[in-house]
Design a protein around this ligand. Structure first.
Ligand SMILES: O=P(O)(O)OP(=O)(O)OP(=O)(O)OC[C@H]1O[C@@H](n2cnc3c(O)ncnc32)[C@H](O)[C@@H]1O
Ligand SMILES: [Mg+2]
Length: 202
């Protein structure tokens, strides 16, 4: 039995504005409001696990313990089949510059340079969502969106690696589709659907 989420206000344990925006929209459909980790000045935990669920669990527990509220964390990433799933759990690290800022144009170019020699263009996004309660209980869910990596990057909407990902059955990249359309088929929406089935039934 999954623990049910009865709170109507939870912490979003993420410092990525794109992820906070997308998860807040999904939660709003269920009447749940979010407070961001940034608004509460919560620290950014080090992501030491090598799975999406592991890192999402660590981030959700840190936020729940620090805030005393239920927290939702999102650990996600972009994977390329010909690179054995890289960058995967290290997707954010590939964008990190020596000065600590993130450069997604450079990160996407690095993926393209490594993957270009391989004919297989299969790629996917993964999203792990973990709810954590202040008493240490957690519930985790994982979703995927599969497609192809494309080059050059296309589109302005979304965030991160969206301009180089074209989901199966579509001619637009996530960054060309924009919020609503990405929402209908994204890895985050897939994970959220499982979360809603598991923990938002009550
Ligand atoms: O850990 P938090 O604070 O939540 O924020 P983060 O940006 O560091 O998030 P992750 O550690 O989960 O790293 C996820 C990486 O994958 C990218 N990413 C995740 N979901 C994405 C999506 O829907 N579209 C494009 N890129 C995405 C994102 O930009 C990051 O570079
Ligand atoms: Mg992170």
């Amino acid at each position: 039995m999954r623990r049910q989420l009865t709170e109507r206000r939870i912490v979003m344990a993420s410092h990525n504005e794109g992820k906070v925006r997308e998860n807040a929209a999904l939660l709003a459909e269920h009447g749940i409001e979010v407070v961001s980790a940034r608004a509460l000045n919560l620290p950014v935990p080090e992501e030491t696990e090598n799975s999406f669920i592991g890192n999402a669990t660590l981030k959700a527990l840190a936020a729940a313990r620090a805030s005393g509220m239920v927290a939702l964390a999102d650990d996600s990433g972009f994977s390329v089949a010909s690179l054995n799933g890289d960058p995967g759990v290290r997707t954010a690290d590939w964008a990190e510059q020596p000065d600590g800022r993130r450069d997604y144009a450079a990160a996407m170019a690095r993926v393209e340079a490594l993957a270009a020699p391989h004919p297989d263009r299969t790629a996917w996004f993964t999203c792990a969502l973990v709810l954590a309660w202040p008493d240490g209980h957690t519930e985790g869910f994982e979703g995927r969106a599969t497609g192809q990596w494309v080059w050059p990057p296309r589109g302005e909407a979304g965030f991160g690696y969206d301009p180089m990902f074209q989901p199966d059955g579509h001619h637009k990249t996530f960054a060309e589709m924009g919020g609503e359309a990405k929402h209908a088929i994204s890895h985050r929406a897939a994970a959220f659907r499982l979360l809603a089935e598991g923990c938002l039934k009550g």
